[in-house]
Design a protein around this ligand. Structure first.
Ligand code: FE2
Length: 283
């Protein structure tokens, strides 16, 4: 099973670099489409639209319809939960009646569980006791398959960023750590928010943080020839070994494909996306 992870696209039609951010997402989707072996699924770990506006989500959805693999999203602090829910209303991954955009995806050898860590009270994450009960219910709903959890805010102390604590309250982060460690079936956590590629652990569970897909907002030192090349994570699962993660540099060949409209003119992936989304069980 191959999971492609993108994060922190910050699509914003009013930003001075709006075209670059959109191009970074389009080229990343084109690169994922060209993976061989193919990606089975794309997880999108938040800060999808910088201001959470409907017009920007419409743009994102128009680009995601070109993806050949089904896409599942978790909100980030820059997202607007209700506008995001509205924009993805036709996609079963967000067709939840619950307050949180938490859900489980049951279609793969590894269960995927999205965790909504967003709060209007802070740019940092929140994870209240009632949320913990909800996530525990999602984890316990199936007892046989391994689980990869994905969310925006990394729930561990990230020492490479400007602020090591990405939750408003340390007790919330501890609560989230406890919930994912309650089940030995949780084998990985995938996050964004920090805008750079890094990794940590919750006990024995590896936590991988994907870099910012928007190259203009990415942190870290990249050489000049890399500064406009998006980087995303490819998580490959094998039953005997668990996950291995590759930081994948978007190939220059995708620039031409996107610019020439080759990707835009292919309607087939959108149909596949809609049908794949129908099998999701929302929490
Ligand atoms: Fe971000």
């Amino acid at each position: 099973m191959i999971i492609a992870q993108i994060s922190d696209t910050h699509i914003d039609h009013s930003a001075p670099d709006a075209d670059r951010r959109a191009s970074d997402l389009a080229r990343t989707i084109a690169d994922i489409n060209a993976l061989d072996p193919a990606a089975d699924v794309i997880v999108y770990t938040g800060d999808i639209a910088h201001g959470g506006r409907p017009v920007d989500y419409e743009h994102v959805v128009s680009l995601l319809r070109l993806a050949r693999a089904p896409v599942y999203v978790a909100p980030g602090n820059r997202d607007d939960r209700e506008n995001l829910r509205q924009a993805f209303s036709g996609w079963a991954c967000l067709a939840s009646g619950s307050e949180f955009l938490d859900y489980a995806v049951e279609d793969f050898p590894v269960r995927l569980i999205a965790v909504d860590t967003v709060t209007p009270r802070s740019n940092k994450g929140e994870f209240a006791p009632e949320h913990a009960r909800h996530l525990t219910g999602l984890i316990d709903a199936e007892k046989t398959k391994p689980i990869a959890v994905f969310m925006h805010h990394p729930p561990y102390v990230v020492t490479v960023g400007p602020d090591p604590l990405n939750f408003a309250l340390a007790e919330d982060m501890t609560r989230l750590q406890q919930v994912v460690q309650q089940s030995a079936r949780v084998i990985a956590v995938f996050c964004g928010h920090v805008h750079r590629s890094t990794a940590g652990r919750i006990g024995q569970i590896p936590v991988l943080v994907a870099p910012c897909t928007a190259t203009s907002l990415r942190k870290g030192n990249y050489p000049p020839h890399m500064q406009t090349r998006p980087v995303y994570h490819v998580h490959r699962f094998e039953a005997a070994y668990g996950f291995s993660t590759q930081a994948r540099i978007v190939a220059a060949a995708t620039d031409k494909a996107v610019d020439s409209g080759t990707e835009r003119d292919n309607p087939e992936p959108a149909e596949r996306l809609r049908s794949a989304a129908s099998a999701v069980r929302a929490g």
